[in-house]
Design a protein around this ligand. Structure first.
Ligand code: NDP
Length: 279
């Protein structure tokens, strides 16, 4: 396995098994150079979102890297205020324009039940999805997915979706493995992407992880990201530091034993849990 190895999605598209996260990466030089460092380190999968406010700098980092577009996988997301047909159409075009790309590889509904559309989230998602499906037909998006969805949100979406979601991006790390959502995703051939794979930095304080990392002569970050891969998830580590960006790619020269995997899986709730998307 290597950084450029891919999973094959249910629609036949391929997706690099590790993505580079950009939430809370400040717009401007920081985001641009983080993306450049990531692409230099060998990542070929970048995860951003309209709400991160850094699509333009992410796009500049991509352009400066000179990595061929067909070698790259870029994801962005529809923000909560845009859950209607017209607003989603506009949001897709705006994201493409900011990123400086003709298409994105993956476009996700960021949250299933935003406060703005609480009265009728099912209809709002269905309308946004229709705009997303048309963008696929128009060549602006390759694959569609969701984020923070639970089974009832996906069940509702599937009632009208012509194109099935192939990814569900969820909070996933040893502190909360969201077993029910993961089982639902598996059953429906939806890849589970692991956001906050390092618990947004909180995972580093878990003492048991430090002990296990020492036995493998690896860092806590590498242990946790390796676990994510061994579970068949797609981790999306974020960093703005080049040394950590590189560290987070060194995952392919060791394997966690099944007993260590079980020990890590038992570490629940030590570094935060997924928030409830209906609250
Ligand atoms: P992560 O779980 O990836 O953790 C990032 C934090 O850990 C940062 O503080 C970073 O610091 C630090 N860090 C990274 N690598 C190391 C290392 N090797 N050693 C020590 N510290 C390290 O955070 P996120 O919550 O950002 O999640 C990752 C990505 O997932 C996001 O960036 C985003 O793309 C996606 N996401 C999606 C969400 C959704 O709703 N769909 C919600 C949340 C995240 P520093 O940067 O200073 O190096």
């Amino acid at each position: 396995m290597s950084l450029t190895d891919t999973y094959t999605l249910a629609n036949g598209e391929t997706i690099p098994k590790v993505g580079f996260g950009t939430w809370q990466t400040p717009d401007g030089d920081v985001a641009e150079s983080a993306v450049l460092s990531a692409l230099k380190a060998g990542y070929r999968h970048i995860d951003t979102a309209a709400i991160y406010g850094n699509e333009e700098s992410v796009g500049r980092g991509i352009a400066k890297s000179k990595v061929a577009r067909e070698e790259l996988f870029v994801t962005t997301k529809l923000w909560n205020s845009n859950h209607s047909y017209e607003l989603a159409q506009k949001a897709i075009d705006e994201s493409l324009q900011k990123l400086g790309l003709d298409y994105v590889d993956l476009y996700l509904i960021h949250c299933p039940n935003p406060k703005e559309f609480r009265e009728n989230w099912q209809k709002a998602n269905a309308q946004a999805w229709k705009a997303m499906e048309e963008a696929v037909e128009a060549g602006k998006i390759r694959s569609l997915g969701v984020s923070n969805f639970r089974s009832h949100h996906l069940d509702a979406l599937m009632q009208t979706a012509k194109i099935k979601p192939v990814v569900n991006q969820i909070y996933l790390n040893p502190s909360d493995q969201q077993e029910e959502v993961v089982a639902y995703n598996q059953k429906h051939d939806i890849l589970s992407e692991a956001y906050s794979p390092l618990g947004t930095g909180k995972i580093f304080t878990v003492p048991e992880l430090k002990e296990i990392a020492a036995t493998y002569k690896k860092t806590v970050s590498q242990i946790v990201l390796r676990l994510s891969l061994q579970h068949g998830f797609l981790p999306l580590p974020k960093s703005v530091h080049e040394d950590r960006i590189i560290e987070n790619t060194q995952l392919f020269d060791f394997e966690l034993s099944s007993s260590d995997m079980a020990a890590i899986d038992a570490l629940k709730g030590q570094a935060g849990v997924a928030s409830d998307p209906d609250k």
